[in-house]
Design a protein around this ligand. Structure first.
Ligand code: SF4
Length: 426
């Protein structure tokens, strides 16, 4: 009988990045889109700082700043901004994103989007504030908003739709690999252009590329009757092989990619030798933690703990099974994590934007997990980027600290949230 991973839910106070940052990769992916955020100066500063916008870049996103007077009305007037966006940027679709303040003030976003939407340029409401479990879920909300614009496909149209935003090079790699295996492709959700959204019907096989898209997958299954592939996500040689073999099986084909997998492992042997036996601790907030931990386990690393903001037992079923024996924690308590880190002394901590620098300041090797949402790490083409993202962090630390001194574990304080402190010594 297969052992189950130990799964604990701590209901800790989770400090996550804001969902608005998904605009950074989605506006580049959907090339004829515009993202309008109804928010405050805080939201504008976040986007300005995290996305590093240059004034001459003419980015296809903007923040419509709310003043106090706007909040007294349940429906602020944004028609002038929408007209300006159409005039200046000629988008095919505009996404209207909420933020914390208008959501708390109960601004009626659905009605607001409908009031400025036209058949030529739809304006689609997307809930994307910092009130979700974590920031990557806002891509899920954007894709849900696009579902009504995917044309219906007849039941005999049996093709795959790849679900999740990946860059053009990775998308090309998936198209080529599908052609090589004889798997017919209907397209990608999201597509590079609004007019290229794939047809989806009961014959479609939806193959998720990202582990944070369970809402879109569930809605497609319920509304269009399509099949959602249940497999490992295509990260690393092990995940990529399972993904393609399981997808081929959906099309009645039995393929054996064991040689392909072995060759991919051989190519990265120099890196897996470095990872073997290393203790890795996941304390990040991307919802990519399960497949990344599974890949590291396959590399021979010891995953001391894998914390993640949310686990969907159906959508993540194959990853959960592959994480046999690993301690999994949903919504971890960061105070408890600090204690576990102190006791287990991991070689590498994958952390989030708020906690990485303080952890590094304490002498541990910590790496910012957020970048996995931006990195081209999918499929066969992404294997090298994936493994080096971990080994680079270890190698950089070894160069900085040739004596390999132990973590400092000062009686220090680490900022946890505005106004709060966490002591490393309990
Ligand atoms: Fe704006 Fe809320 Fe995000 Fe802060 S967390 S940037 S207030 S939406």
């Amino acid at each position: 009988m297969q052992a189950k991973p130990s799964l604990i839910r701590e209901d800790g106070l989770y400090h996550s990045f804001c969902g608005l940052v998904s605009v950074g990769w989605l506006y580049q992916k959907i090339k004829d889109s515009f993202f309008l955020i109804l928010g405050t100066h805080t939201c504008a500063h976040l986007l300005q700082n995290t996305l590093g916008v240059m004034i001459f870049a003419r980015p296809r996103f903007a923040v419509s700043l709310l003043e106090e007077a706007d909040l007294s009305s349940s429906q602020p007037d944004i028609s002038a901004q929408i007209e300006e966006i159409k005039r200046e940027h000629h988008p095919s679709v505009i996404f209207l994103l909420s933020s914390c303040t208008p959501e708390v003030m109960k601004v009626e976003f659905e009605g607001l989007a409908a009031s400025v939407s036209t058949p030529e340029v739809p304006v689609l409401f997307v809930p994307a504030s910092g009130l979700d479990y974590t920031f990557s879920q806002s891509e899920d909300s954007v894709l849900q908003a696009l579902i009504p614009f995917c044309p219906p496909a007849p039941p005999d149209d049996r093709r795959v739709v790849f679900l999740g935003s990946v860059n053009d090079a990775i998308a090309d790699d998936f198209s080529l690999e599908a052609a090589r295996l004889g798997i017919p492709v209907a397209g990608f959700l999201p597509a590079s252009h609004f007019s290229e959204l794939p047809p989806i019907g009961s014959g479609t096989v939806v193959a998720p590329l990202q582990p944070y898209l369970h809402k879109t997958a569930t809605q497609l299954r319920n509304e269009r009757g399509c099949t959602v592939l249940s497999s490992l996500f295509p990260f690393g040689p092990d995940g990529t092989r399972r993904f393609w073999e399981d997808l081929a099986a959906q099309f009645g084909m039995k393929v054996d990619l064991s040689e392909r997998e072995a060759a991919a492992w051989q190519r990265i042997k120099h890196h897996t030798d470095l990872l073997r036996g290393k203790k890795i601790f996941f304390a990040s907030d991307t919802l990519m933690e399960l497949p990344l931990a599974r890949f590291l386990k396959a590399c021979g690393a010891e995953v001391v703990e894998c914390s993640t903001p949310y686990i969907n037992r159906r959508f993540h079923a194959a990853e959960l099974a592959a994480l046999d024996g690993v301690r999994l924690v949903e919504q971890a308590n960061f105070n408890r994590q600090l204690q576990t880190i102190k006791e287990t002394r991991p070689d590498l901590i994958i952390s989030n934007i708020i906690t990485t620098n303080p952890l590094v300041g304490q002498g541990t090797v910590a790496k910012w997990g957020t970048e996995y949402c931006f990195l081209p790490i999918h499929g066969w083409a992404g294997v090298n980027n994936l493994v080096t993202s971990f080994t680079r962090a270890l190698q950089r630390h070894a160069k900085l600290d040739p004596l390999g001194s132990d973590p400092i574990w000062l009686t220090g304080i680490m900022p946890s949230s505005p106004g709060g402190v966490i002591s490393l010594q309990s």
